[in-house]
Design a protein around this ligand. Structure first.
Ligand SMILES: N[C@@H](CCC(=O)N[C@@H](CS)C(=O)NCC(=O)O)C(=O)O
Length: 215
């Protein structure tokens, strides 16, 4: 049985955003059953967990003694068992991986930069000074992304791939702002991706684990 790690509790604003969601979504696309290993406060710093995830983060993926960390690596690993995530055609497969990495490397750091300012430092003077240029920089990246998407439904064309899974989860980190939403093409793209039933099931599963904490 596949197990993924997740936090038993996170603040309200993070519910539906924690990165185990990406892995749950990929598992749902692949039709692979899994259970969650819910971490209590402090569990992520225990040597046993650090041995598997050096940075003490979620998610990790475990199956029959095989362990993997980094949501991108895990999604690509699951994609090996799911054509809907990684197409069989070699070129299309490489391009799907390219978009996973673009999401994580070229977009996510700039998205997170703004999310951190908004969530934790909004009242700090330095944050007020920094935010406009951070938004402007991300705006240039998003314009490039929007151009690359063009009129296609998904980044590589007609078919949803792991690249879209990752890109849409990254873009929705800024759901509380209009930064992505003001680009109608990107807004529609994110909606199209998360309208997939597998996303809905993954989101409900993550939220259900948090409700378990409240019970
Ligand atoms: N690059 C990692 C980032 C994982 C990550 O940032 N996880 C967050 C939750 S969304 C976490 O565990 N934060 C706690 C911490 O960093 O101490 C991945 O994609 O798996």
């Amino acid at each position: 049985m596949i197990t993924i790690s997740a936090f038993r509790w996170v603040p309200q604003f993070a519910r539906g955003q924690v990165r185990d969601l990406r892995v749950r979504w990929a598992l749902e696309e692949a039709g692979l059953p899994y259970k969650s290993r819910l971490l209590e406060q402090g569990d992520q710093d225990k040597p046993e967990y650090r041995h598997m995830q050096p940075f003490g983060q979620v998610p990790i993926f475990e199956e029959n003694g095989f362990v993997l960390f980094e949501s991108g690596a895990i999604v690509l690993h699951i994609g090996e068992r799911c054509e809907a995530l990684l197409p069989r055609d070699r070129g299309a497969r490489a391009r799907a991986a390219q978009w996973v990495i673009a999401a994580l490397n070229s977009i996510e750091p700039h998205v997170v930069n703004i999310a951190l300012i908004d969530l934790f430092y909004a009242d700090e003077e330095w944050a007020k000074l920094r935010r406009p240029s951070a938004v402007q920089f991300l705006g240039r990246r998003l314009a490039g992304l929007s151009n690359a998407l063009g009129d296609k439904p998904y980044l590589d064309g007609a078919q949803f791939t792991a690249g879209d899974l990752m890109m849409s989860t990254v873009l929705r980190i800024l759901d509380a702002t209009d930064i992505v939403k003001r680009d109608e093409r990107l807004a529609a793209y994110v909606e199209r991706c998360i309208a997939r039933p597998a996303f809905g099931r993954a989101l409900q599963a993550q939220l259900a684990d948090f409700r378990q904490d409240a019970a």
